[in-house]
Ligand binder design. Sequence first.
Ligand SMILES: Cc1ncc(COP(=O)(O)O)c(C=O)c1O
Length: 461
Amino acid sequence: MAGTNFSHEPKSVKKVSTDYRQITTKIPVPESIPLLERIYETESRSMHGQIPIIWDKALGFQVYDKWGNKWLDFSSTIFVANAGHSNKRIVESLKKVLDKPLLQTYNYSSPERHEYLDYLIKNTPSYFEKAFLLSAGSEATEAVLKLMRLNGLIYNRRKKGVICFEGNWHGRTMGAQMMGGNPSQKEWIGYLDPNIYHIPFPHKHVIKNQDPKTFLKDSLEKLFKKQNINPKTDICGVMMETFQGWGACFYPKEYVQEISKFCKSNNILLSFDEMQAGFGRTGELFGFMHYDVEPDLIACGKGSSSSLPLSIVLGKEEVMDLPDIGSMSSTHSANPMVCAAGKANLEALIEDGLIDNSRELGIEFHLELNKLEAAFPNYISEINGKGLLAAVIFRDKNFKPLSKLCDMISEKCFQKGLLVVHTGRESIKLAPPLLINEEAMHEGLNVFEEAIKESIKELYG
Ligand SMILES: Cc1ncc(COP(=O)(O)O)c(C=O)c1O
């Protein structure tokens, strides 16, 4: 989400009343404005710029305010509530821990921690032998960076180069931003890590008719020549966002498979940032599974608990155990409440068939979205995604980004009782909780279409 200043002026809008949506007041709600503006006085502005709604409760795939309005949620907050808002299994297990009570244990053990780690390792691919639990996604991507470098040091002191991608994103802390592929976001750092390299992301419009493997080979050769480095002696890791976030842009499968081969033959660790892609979002437990490769490390967050702050690094024992005892830990890691939420979340995804629902309903979701793409050829240039994840890219016939149109569509959806992921760019992402039903999914898509039509009319006549 980038900071768009959504209007705080309450507007009279059409009343809505369906099973899934309810809009009964002016939008934004007049009573909410002084409260929002009070936050603006007491909290740093970097947190602001979001659609002006004050959440009172959230249940399943719906979000409620306290003034009688109800939104159909196509955002899962921001790819978090994969198992649904306030999922029953999660709420029940949290209540049990609260009632004991046991709120914090630092690095001391707890039954919740044992049970979660057992369940997690048992229910993720067998090549993930150990987990490291953290709180924020950025902490997990930073930990992956550290593990890739520690592994490189086993071979030689020079082997510390990390290959990342232009346009990818890994969080807001220093290492995460160094790996990120957006130069303007790194200006505050004042220097660039000389051993973090970026190669072009293989976007469809960039590689055009080229063979993806040749495109990769050329990108790597150019990099090695420019930097005068050798992958065997100078590169320890490749960090890939499973799909490029803002546009849900996936890499061609053969491209990723070629990277995997390149890593194996040069003793390089292959890592995926699964923050948005993980925990069922794309119709598989992890998004990298679509590429049929076996990564060495993955960093997860967001949907790993569908609720409390939980991020995870998963990998092989020999890599995960590289840091010495006590040398890679965090105060709130493996908190009992968070572990209870993480276990209940994974149980819900697997045992209640939510990953299957993402895969199966996802097919219909994309068929419907393809119709939308065909209906607005002058405004929608592509729609990407898998499972219950989509990014609709708004560009005109000359490929000019239409980010103002996206702002307006997001705002209109809000007025009509639908929450979408506003990226601040030329894309809108749609990502309902994975327990959504067919009827609600269709209703949300119809509202989205209505908002597109009205916005085009208002902006372009
Ligand atoms: C791909 C990706 N990596 C890392 C992060 C950082 O996660 P967090 O905000 O929990 O630190 C995000 C968050 O948006 C993300 O989308």
